[in-house]
Design a protein around this ligand. Structure first.
Ligand code: GLC
Ligand code: GLC
Length: 814
């Protein structure tokens, strides 16, 4: 069952029924001003940091699930009846409804009683504001006398404090209203130097800024007293809950259409110019007025919207594919790339499942996100790498997270996740391969943001690698610390008190529990670091890294292999985790995926065996589960993983993030059918037909799909902000379609299904457009290459002479 359809030409998903199983959201903004918007206009906005600079308020885990947003009410002034064109919050029966989620915008429209109203929401490039363009058309035979009300609720900036500290917050709310523009300025009188403003292009017949006046006692957003009465009260909020609502009266002739533009924005003032006049307490509104003078004029919004479309044309144009599979094409060309932008911007902070107040940017998450983002805006990837590296600790270890506003390590979640440092090497390697910008390695970057501690970035990578060598356990495998990639495998935690954090509680000295996963990651990162060292002409150093890598591979073979698959870890008692010897949790996906993707066991057949075991024991039709058998009870020595009921999250859920590791492993052993089969099982577009089972958005990946042990097998949760986006993008484009960036050029190494006769890829790489045509002439994966009509040996397309703009590549796969 479906709730809409893909409109690929317009790069939109069109939702045709408002009561989707869960809110199906989109993101507005891709630089500094952001918003979340659901298919019924729910959601909120913020500037840079979803926790510290929240502009509008939202209540999580609500009933209905998604409530509070960018609402518009239309009132038939003759009949006294009113409705919301976005269905919520009034939920009237509409004559039709559609929500078009596109690249950085959402348009929600409907018709009710012959009046059509449609609003396009977006954030213009390079501006700290959002636009709501409302078009309202009278399809009746008679004239319509209408009132339009806008409605948002302001957040008192710090979203965490806003939702808890009511003894203070109920007394501090402040607004100003001037010429119909509503300014929110809570705490501006003291230490804040920023404010928000909400304006409307039409002359208004009133406004409201006090929530209780607008709604009326004991009423909700579905039934505001002001909208019912048809006249705004001009309420001025002081304390309680400041909101923004404009009231516009319209008279529309039959067939007449009108557009109203609403602008919600954010501004900061220099400290010494906060007030106007300077010695008053009146907000200096100059900057907002200047922006509004441009954006309230008809035409500016349309022009800004066109510019946004052009921006996405350019970004998506960097990699376009044409394969026999519509779901591959749609995800690579549109939605997966788009999701990678969202994960890059948001990390794991703000979605329907991430409250925006919990987490900052994760060190490992943000580094992995680069894999799917670096080709789009390499300059921003560069900046992110340097920011991340600046939070690294002198030991080479890392804070697990940092706050985007302050760019400082966030001590709440601490450090000591022993996989973290290696992801910096993986992120930097991806950047170097994409851009060839070796100068990044010479950048001076501090440790723990401490001035005076700067070294070149290259040394950060050296310390990352060293970090593991300094922390090897009894078997010579890396010590796991608080956790490795799997946040929930907490082998040093031993927590028996409710409410303790599994990630920061440590009851063991950490000298025994080891991670085979980190060993695989070490192999991958070590090989990259050796390549990087070789490029910097540190030949001996490169050799020493490779020697350590080989040693680690041997250790994996000796202590990390269980006979039919890779072991997962050793616990604090030195017992195996993820072994046939275990009663539950005998086999885990992480090590099968990561060891094979890192190339461990390719020559001696261990990789192929591990992948076979994965297929037999972990694969389901909805994707590959994390481990089997699921833990049926809580194990003190394993931690959070066993806290989840079987089939959910890390306890045998289909954790989509690591499925692509297995796809890449399959590609590495040459099995294109299997790689693409796994790809399709979790591809959201390929799952669209079962939207009633999958329940999350069919256009983006979710972190998890319930595993076979769960009663809701196949149900997705936690869509959008997941490493799944970058890893799937990377797996399909670079390993299955096999157009792979490398330090010295583009590799062409497809491992695609046997049934595919061929496919095409257009890839912009270091300023050159490569038009790549792949044809199959046999069943294998051997590649013969022609570059601009000349056959060349091997499968690396070398960098063309400077000045070249286009290169034609033909690859025959046999
Ligand atoms: C979440 C975290 C990520 C972690 C994964 C597995 O996606 O953001 O850092 O690796 O869970 O626990
Ligand atoms: C990751 C995991 C989640 C866990 C969390 C702890 O997001 O997916 O299960 O609760 O990390 O920070």
């Amino acid at each position: 069952m479906k709730y809409g359809y893909f409109d690929d030409k317009n790069r939109e998903y069109v939702i045709t029924q408002p009561d989707t199983p869960l809110p199906w959201i989109n993101y507005l903004g891709c630089q500094a001003y952001f918003g979340i918007i659901s298919n019924t206009a729910g959601g909120y906005s913020f500037y840079r940091d979803a926790r510290l600079r929240r502009i509008t308020r939202y209540r999580y885990n609500n009933a209905p699930f998604d409530f509070g947003g960018r609402y518009i009410y239309v009132r038939d002034d003759a009949a006294g009846d009113f409705w919301s064109p976005s269905w919520q919050p009034t939920r009237r029966k509409l004559e039709n409804y559609s929500c078009r989620h596109g690249m950085g915008y959402t348009t929600i429209g409907s018709q009710y009683n012959g009046v059509e109203a449609s609003t396009r929401y977006f954030v213009p490039l390079d501006e700290n504001l959002e636009i709501w363009q409302l078009t309202i058309t009278n399809h009746r035979r008679q004239a319509a006398e209408l009132s339009v009300f806008s409605a948002i609720e302001f957040c008192l900036w710090d979203a965490q404090d806003d939702s808890t500290n009511f003894q203070r917050n109920f007394s501090i709310g402040e607004v100003e209203v001037e010429n119909g523009v509503i300014y929110h300025k809570t705490e501006y009188r003291e230490r804040r130097d920023h404010y928000s403003f909400f304006a409307c292009s039409e002359k208004i017949s009133g406004f409201d800024t006090q929530r209780d006046t607008f709604l009326g006692p004991y009423r909700g957003w579905d039934d505001p007293a002001v909208v019912e009465s048809g006249q705004a009260c001009n309420s001025l909020a002081h304390g309680w809950a400041p909101i923004g609502s404009h009231h516009v009266r319209l008279s529309l002739e039959p067939g007449e259409s009108r557009q109203i533009v609403f602008v919600l924005g954010y501004q900061e003032n220099p400290r010494d110019q906060k007030f106007d006049p300077l010695d008053s307490q009146i907000l200096n509104k100059k900057k907002a007025k200047c922006v509004l003078s441009r954006y309230l004029v008809p035409g500016t919004a349309d022009a800004a919207f066109e510019k946004l479309g052009q921006y996405w044309d350019d970004l998506l144009g960097i990699c376009q594919v044409d394969t026999p599979d519509v779901h591959t094409n749609r995800m690579v060309n549109i939605w997966n790339a788009y999701q990678c932008m969202a994960t890059f911007n948001m990390s794991r902070s703000a979605s329907s499942y991430e409250s925006g107040i919990g987490r900052g940017l994760g060190f490992r998450d943000s580094n992995q996100d680069l894999l799917g983002f670096v080709h789009m805006v390499p300059e921003r990837a560069r900046e992110r790498i340097l920011d991340l590296a600046a939070t690294q600790l002198p030991t080479g270890g890392a804070y697990h997270q940092y706050q985007p506003l302050t760019k400082r390590g966030n001590n709440d979640v601490g450090s000591g996740f022993n996989d973290d440092p290696h992801w910096l090497i993986i992120g930097v390697a991806a950047y170097l391969k994409e851009t060839g910008d070796w100068s990044i390695l010479d950048e001076a970057v501090p440790y723990d943001n401490e001035p005076g501690t700067e070294t070149e970035l290259y040394e950060h990578l050296q310390r990352s690698f060293r970090y593991t060598l300094d922390r090897l356990g009894p078997h010579g495998l890396p010590l796991i610390g608080r956790a490795d990639w799997n946040d929930c495998l907490n082998l040093n935690c031993f927590s028996d008190s409710p409410g303790q954090s599994f990630q920061t509680t440590t009851n063991k000295d950490g000298k025994v529990a080891e991670s085979v996963f980190i060993a695989g990651l070490f192999v991958l990162a070590g090989r990259e670091l050796a390549e990087i060292a070789r490029h910097r002409c540190h030949k001996a150093e490169a050799r020493s890294y490779l020697a350590e890598v080989e040693k680690m591979e041997a250790t994996i073979r000796q202590h990390g292999w269980d006979g039919e698959w890779f072991i997962r870890a050793y616990d604090d008692f030195g017992r195996k985790v993820g072994s046939k010897e275990c009663v539950e949790g005998k086999i885990f996906i992480e090590t099968q995926g990561f060891c094979t993707l890192a190339g461990v066991g390719l020559e001696d057949g261990l990789a192929a065996r591990a992948l076979k075991s994965t297929r037999q024991l972990l694969a389901t039709k909805h994707g590959i589960v994390l481990q089997q058998p699921a833990y049926s009870k809580y194990y003190l020595e394993l931690g959070e993983i066993s806290s989840y009921p079987p089939g959910y999250k890390e306890n045998a859920g289909i954790f989509c993030h690591n499925n692509p590791w297995v796809m890449i492993g399959e590609a590495r052993v040459g099995n294109g059918d299997s790689a693409h089969d796994y790809y399709s099982r979790i591809n959201p577009s390929a799952r669209e037909e079962m939207s009633n089972v999958h329940r999350c958005e069919p256009y983006v990946y979710a972190q998890m799909i319930a595993g076979r042990d769960a009663p809701t097998h196949g149900e997705a949760k936690n869509s959008w902000l997941t490493g799944t986006a970058a890893w799937n993008y990377y797996a399909i484009t670079q390993w299955i379609l096999g157009v792979r960036t490398d330090y010295d050029g583009l590799l062409i190494a497809p491992v695609v299904p046997k049934g595919w006769k061929g496919f095409k890829v257009t890839r912009k790489f270091r300023g050159v457009t490569y038009d790549i045509v792949v044809e199959r002439s046999g069943d294998g994966n051997a590649v013969s290459l022609e570059v601009d009509g000349q056959s060349i040996a091997g499968n690396l397309v070398p960098l063309p002479p400077s000045g070249t703009t286009n290169v034609a590549v033909k690859a025959i796969v046999a």
